[in-house]
Design a protein around this ligand. Structure first.
Ligand code: HEC
Ligand code: HEC
Length: 182
């Protein structure tokens, strides 16, 4: 509740701003959402992806009816609430709370979209299961699964923009009225 109140001003200020520099405003956001650590779960298909190359997940892992994996192959069978200690090696399953894919009825696809299409997707409540951009700001700022992207364990790469810089970019974009690149 508090968090929501603290960020509502952006929505109203936003209406005054113009989206002339939409490309620059959206680019730091795009570069994170479409980084492998993020887009490997935000996919149109039903098998999560792995590595920077986005290869299909080993062992025929599937989205399943609620995004938590198929029966007897649930994500949580291998992925726990935290990364395993480094002693488990670079290819141990990474971990964060609620490790799963988005559910099949709202896949929230980030991968393979043009900057404009990605921007329009995250503003579309049918894509985000009814949540607005202020809720999304809270999610990218506070959610532990999102935070995992910057602490992925093993030798996995991290997005080129830090999490605080990403959050600041998101706020600036909202304040400008969330304009989409042309
Ligand atoms: C292990 C899979 C996984 C990874 C990795 C992942 N996400 Fe997600 N993401 C999800 C799931 C599942 C949801 C849907 C959560 C829900 O509906 O409650 C989601 C939802 C979102 C949303 C929408 C939130 C809203 O309020 O509409 C955003 C934005 C997002 N993720 C950003 C990211 C970013 C940024 C990263 C990388 C730093 C990332 N995700 C990495 C699984 C993942
Ligand atoms: C049988 C065990 C197992 C199951 C079940 C499993 N995973 Fe994995 N997953 C792994 C392992 C091990 C890795 C690390 C592979 C590596 O780094 O070589 C991994 C890596 C990943 C990655 C790659 C991270 C990256 O960016 O490179 C994602 C995303 C992922 N899993 C999502 C899921 C989701 C979502 C589910 C459920 C639908 C799931 N996994 C079920 C074992 C599993």
């Amino acid at each position: 509740m508090l968090a929501t109140m603290a960020i509502t001003p952006f929505a109203s200020i936003g209406a005054f701003a113009q989206g002339g520099n939409a490309d620059q405003l959206f680019e730091p956001i795009r570069t994170v959402l479409q980084h492998p650590r993020c887009q490997n779960c935000h996919i149109p298909g039903d098998a999560p992806l792995q590595y920077d190359s986005g290869r299909e997940h080993a062992q025929f892992v599937q989205r399943g009816p609620r995004g938590k994996g198929a029966v007897a192959m649930e994500c949580a069978a291998c992925h726990h609430d935290e990364n395993l200690p480094a002693s488990y090696g670079a290819h141990a399953p990474p971990g964060a709370p609620n490790w799963q894919l988005p559910p099949p009825e709202a896949k929230m696809v980030f991968i393979g979209l043009s900057p404009r299409a990605l921007c329009e997707a995250i503003k579309d409540k049918r894509v985000t299961r009814g949540r607005d951009l202020n809720a999304m700001l809270v999610h990218v700022r506070d959610d532990k699964l999102v935070g995992w992207g910057w602490n992925p364990g093993g030798e996995r790469s991290v997005p080129p923009v830090s999490r605080p810089a990403f959050v600041t970019a998101f706020e600036q974009w909202l304040r400008a009225g969330a304009p989409c690149p042309t």
